[in-house]
Design a protein around this ligand. Structure first.
Ligand SMILES: NC(=O)c1ccc[n+]([C@@H]2O[C@H](COP(=O)([O-])OP(=O)(O)OC[C@H]3O[C@@H](n4cnc5c(N)ncnc54)[C@H](O)[C@@H]3O)[C@@H](O)[C@H]2O)c1
Ligand SMILES: CC(=O)N[C@@H]1[C@@H](OP(=O)(O)OP(=O)(O)OC[C@H]2O[C@@H](n3ccc(=O)[nH]c3=O)[C@H](O)[C@@H]2O)O[C@H](CO)[C@@H](O)[C@@H]1O
Length: 426
């Protein structure tokens, strides 16, 4: 039986640990966060995906997955720790990866395999990770195996994608690739593809996320252009996509999450050749300003207006607020009343934030009812099912104004229009 130690039990590591545990491996899940480990021991999982929670609990209950606050010796170490962007330095912060590596050096044995799954700049596995692991005194490629295999699951559908997505695996040599492929192949229905080396695998992961960011950026730019021509962007995109070689994504209030707004910039680590990638980032980041301008245009002025922002999760039906477009929009609305107007006795715009999926004491979140009561406008910034189910007639009765700005194109425009709303989209 293969023993595996998974380092980092977050959105990626915990499901991965369960997948490996369900497929004949003895898995220890190591995390530095004691509260997270306590919650796992108590079976308190709040992942928002019921099938995934059951799957993880099964592995915990049958003892094939054991949470631990110490790094354990294992045949395979899988690293799934965060790789945030240091926004000021515009560089990936590799601190967590290097600290995971340093934990592994204490237990690494000859013949073991280390696989990095975190999203990283090209060259990380061959460079800083290898160097950190060799502090153990063992040589990568000669005494232990080292590979990179990115995770590509889509939050909201993690279990299904974990089992069925194709994977790609790049080792620092053929034997390392063989060992990593052997770990994943029995666990997934998708193909396990070999890349020529670890750096190519790292590059491919960034290319996928940059491509998606660019495609959304194109849709967002179309939304800006369509406004100038009085064209409905979503209708136009649907028609354009009827061509078999066109596949444009959807506009929105910005690109959130911790992957698409971050990962494309990792390409800049050792390259000055980024251009489109920066443009897409600029367009996507500019969408909150576009939405503020739309609101102002339709409300006449923002001064003294009450705006209900529905959705602070970064996308539909998840609880994750990292780089949330809804929060960014609310922040920009707060800044939108000019100091001059305030000095003249004008009132600031009031925003009420609402997201029934998010449980975060640091945010001043209110119920949908509280958010819409006496509001002048609703801005929908996340396409949660729970918002789509709102009754437009009842909502209209509670409100002071009649503007529905649906940045996600998720509400039934005809029904809201019939209930007396001024329905505006992107
Ligand atoms: N969430 C996703 O949808 C997704 C998808 C694909 C790839 N990724 C990438 O996977 C990586 C992990 O992302 P995530 O969303 O799971 O992060 P996360 O923040 O949800 O979880 C990371 C976990 O690692 C733990 N940790 C930090 N340092 C550690 C250490 N030295 N040893 C052990 N544990 C440590 C943290 O306590 C945390 O529980 C990132 O590189 C991310 O870009 C994420
Ligand atoms: C290549 C790819 O598929 N990568 C995925 C991505 O996962 P994600 O959850 O970050 O991705 P999205 O669902 O795209 O959401 C991001 C933001 O874009 C907004 N959006 C989306 C579609 C659209 O048409 N218009 C929009 O405006 C949306 O609202 C949200 O704010 O990265 C993960 C980590 O690397 C991957 O594992 C995962 O495969």
């Amino acid at each position: 039986m293969t023993t595996v130690c998974v380092h980092g039990l977050g959105y990626v590591g915990l499901p991965t640990a369960a997948l490996l545990a369900h497929n004949g491996n003895e898995v220890v899940g190591y995390d530095v966060d004691e509260r997270k480990l306590d919650r796992l021991h108590r079976r308190e999982l709040r992942l928002g995906e019921a099938d995934l929670e059951r799957y993880i609990v099964e592995a915990l209950d049958d003892g094939t997955l054991v949470p631990s606050n110490t790094v354990e010796p294992a045949n395979v170490h899988v690293i799934c720790v965060p790789t945030p962007l240091d926004f000021d330095a515009e560089r990936a912060d590799l601190e967590y990866v290097l600290s995971a590596a340093s934990g592994i050096t204490d237990v690494l044995r000859e013949g073991d395999t280390v696989i990095l799954e975190s999203t990283v700049p090209p060259g990380t596995t061959e460079g800083p990770l290898r160097e950190a692991l060799e502090e153990s005194g063992l040589r990568a490629g000669e005494e232990f195996h080292l590979a990179y295999s990115p995770e590509t699951v889509l939050p909201g559908n993690i279990l299904e994608e974990l089992r069925t997505n194709d994977r790609f695996v790049g080792g620092i040599d053929d034997a390392s690739t063989d060992h990593a492929v052997a770990l994943y192949e029995p666990c997934i229905d998708g193909d396990v593809n070999r890349t020529p080396d670890a750096t190519t695998a790292e590059f491919v992961k960034l290319a996928q996320n940059a491509y998606r960011d660019l495609n959304i950026g194109f849709a967002n730019e179309l939304a800006n252009i369509a406004k100038d021509y009085g064209v409905n962007t979503r209708d136009a995109i649907a028609l354009a996509n009827r061509h078999s070689r066109v596949d444009i994504l959807q506009p929105g209030p910005g690109v959130g999450g911790h992957c698409l707004p971050v990962d494309p910039l990792f390409f800049a680590h050792d390259s000055d050749s980024l251009d489109l990638i920066y443009s897409a980032r600029r367009v996507n980041d500019g969408m909150s300003e576009f939405v503020v301008d739309l609101l102002e245009e339709h409300l006449g002025t923002l001064e003294g207006k009450r705006v209900a922002v529905l959705g602070v999760a970064y996308k539909a039906n998840v609880d994750d607020t990292r780089n949330s477009p809804g929060l960014k929009l609310a922040g920009e609305l707060q800044q939108a009343t000019p100091d001059r107007a305030l000095a003249d006795g004008g009132a600031a715009v009031e925003t009420r934030l609402c997201d029934p999926l998010v449980d975060d004491d640091r945010l001043d979140l209110v119920s949908v009812d509280e958010a819409v009561t006496d509001a002048d406008a609703i801005v929908v910034t996340a396409d949660h099912d729970v918002f789509r189910d709102l009754d437009p007639v009842e909502t209209r009765e509670k409100m002071r104004g009649d503007l529905l700005l649906d940045t996600k194109g998720t509400m039934d425009a005809d029904a809201w229009d019939a209930a007396g709303f001024d329905v505006v989209g992107l």
